[in-house]
Design a binder for this molecule. Structure first.
Ligand code: 5AD
Ligand code: SF4
Length: 471
């Protein structure tokens, strides 16, 4: 990104800030995020820029001067929810015309959506896509100060815009993007079209950000990318994800390293070895399988078979021990038969994931799968989805039961959201554990907790001193 472009954005931030100061008003922004952690991370950047522009934050749309939806296009359901929520703000805009309503993110990288917003949602005055996020100060300036309706959805992916301010909630853990975009073109997926081709951040920029986070007391970081293990493949520097992990492992102060998402076809031996050797890399791997049938996997363009996936899991476990594994699964891909679906259940039984994120296939226009013939009815797909949940819930519970009576080291994250008065922390394997607050433990501490209560979704325990497990 040319420095003069970033300078321009910085000037626009100062102008917007001065605008609000001249009004003698502290403006409030409400940023609503849909979708994946990349989007959450983008929202942290949007908030960072807003903070520099003088904004505070609110969750109450009646108090907000700016309402911004950062959207997801992966499934139709999320898109419909955004459209519903934006539509419902029409009356608010009529009552308070000064409020700026904006939509950004992946949905806005689709032409048909932008056209729809332009013509049918006249109360929306700010629209921009994922590639122009860094131009937000200029976009907001034009909407707010010049009173324009701004649509900025250029398609060019360009270079990575570094040095955008970031506003992070909480100070124990943080997400850090290491790359953007995806080259895989799984046939069901819209991401490569809305996020563009893979672009890796320079390692020195990533490490700089990590050191800064560590200096502020952050203990756990999650390295983010649509496909982190192809890190560096697009770049002019010679470093792959395994090398990056080793570098990150050396950052003082960072105690735990997670990363997501990994594509099975890119899980190299080099990477598995790096995971084994880096003591800060957690005992957890998110490795989406998507489906169990090799025929469906081929139709999905996943570039591995069921047998190759299972062999990979065996290899990972042979080298890394019995680490927690999680996965994404799509039910009802076009042409999926009962036999195909049984293959998916078979993978669940064989791998025994700790948990899975399961999704009903959602047709995305512009993707190859949208043209594929389909035979199963909606009822059949829903019934398969329920069966999948039933199998997985049993497995998750069985796995959780094995935790009972054992002691684990937790990174304390704060007060429990589900259990008032209790603290909550996470094991290295990513399990959430609630435990009583003895008044001396604070977020960011590491404590040993013995598991005393187990359910399908959560664990509870008591602090102890002494020997710990490796979960
Ligand atoms: N329909 C349903 N699920 C999808 N995913 C991606 N595209 C679709 C789609 N069209 C799921 C995949 C991916 C996760 C982030 O979302 O499982 O791993
Ligand atoms: Fe979508 Fe496949 Fe890329 Fe993941 S790897 S973002 S599922 S195209």
């Amino acid at each position: 990104m040319p420095p003069e472009e970033m300078l321009h954005q910085q000037r626009q931030m100062a102008t917007v800030r001065a605008y609000w100061e001249s009004m003698q008003k502290k403006p409030l922004a409400m940023v609503v995020t849909y979708g994946c952690q990349q989007n959450e991370n983008d929202s942290e950047r949007l908030r960072g820029m807003l903070y520099e522009m003088g904004y505070g934050f609110t969750e109450d749309k009646e108090k907000a001067d700016l309402i911004l939806f950062n959207t997801c296009a992966v499934r139709e359901g999320a898109e419909l929810r955004v459209l519903g929520n934006v539509g419902a703000l029409k009356h608010l805009k009529a009552r308070r015309p000064g409020v700026i309503i904006g939509i950004c993110g992946c949905m806005m990288q689709q032409e048909h959506m932008v056209r729809q917003i332009k013509s049918k949602y006249k109360h929306v005055s700010v629209v921009f896509g994922t590639h122009t996020l860094y131009q937000f100060p200029d976009i907001l300036f034009r909407a707010l100060v010049q009173n324009l309706r701004v649509f900025d959805v250029t398609d060019s992916e360009g270079e990575i815009a570094e040095d955008i301010p970031v506003y992070r909630e909480g100070d124990v853990k943080a997400w850090v993007s290491v790359m953007y975009g995806c080259n895989n073109f799984c046939t069901y997926c819209i991401v490569p079209y809305v996020r563009g081709r893979e672009r890796s951040r320079r390692p020195e920029k990533i490490l700089e950000e990590l050191r800064e986070l560590a200096s502020r007391g952050v203990k756990e970081i999650t390295l983010l990318g649509q496909n982190v293990n192809s890190y560096g493949r697009d770049a002019d520097f010679s470093m792959d994800f395994a090398d990056l992990l080793r570098e990150v492992n050396r950052v003082d102060g960072i105690r735990r390293i997670r990363f997501m998402t990994s594509h099975p076809k890119d899980m190299t031996d080099r990477l598995i070895d790096a995971m084994a050797e880096c003591e800060k890399v957690t005992r957890q791997l998110h490795l989406p399988v998507q489906a169990g049938s090799s025929r469906i996997l081929k139709e999905m363009n996943r570039r591995y078979t069921k047998e190759q996936y299972l062999a990979l899991v065996d290899k990972v476990r042979a080298k890394l021990g019995n680490i927690s594994m999680t996965s994404d699964i799509i039910v009802g891909f076009p042409g999926e038969t009962e036999e195909d679906f049984l293959e998916t259940l078979d993978v669940l039984e064989k791998v025994r994931f700790d948990s899975v994120y399961s999704f009903l296939y959602s047709k995305r226009s512009g993707t190859p799968a949208a043209q594929m013939p389909d035979s199963a009815t909606e009822e059949e797909k829903h019934a398969r989805f329920d069966r999948l949940l039933e199998v997985q819930n049993r497995i998750s519970r069985e796995i959780n039961e094995e935790y009972g009576g054992k002691t684990y080291e937790l990174l304390v994250e704060g007060q429990s959201k589900t259990d008032p008065g209790m603290l909550t922390g996470r094991t290295s394997g990513g399990k959430i554990v609630n435990f009583p607050d003895n008044g001396q433990i604070k977020p960011g501490d590491f404590v040993n907790v013995k598991i005393t209560k187990v359910s399908t979704w959560s664990l509870a325990g008591e602090t102890v001193s002494g020997q710990i497990g490796n979960g």
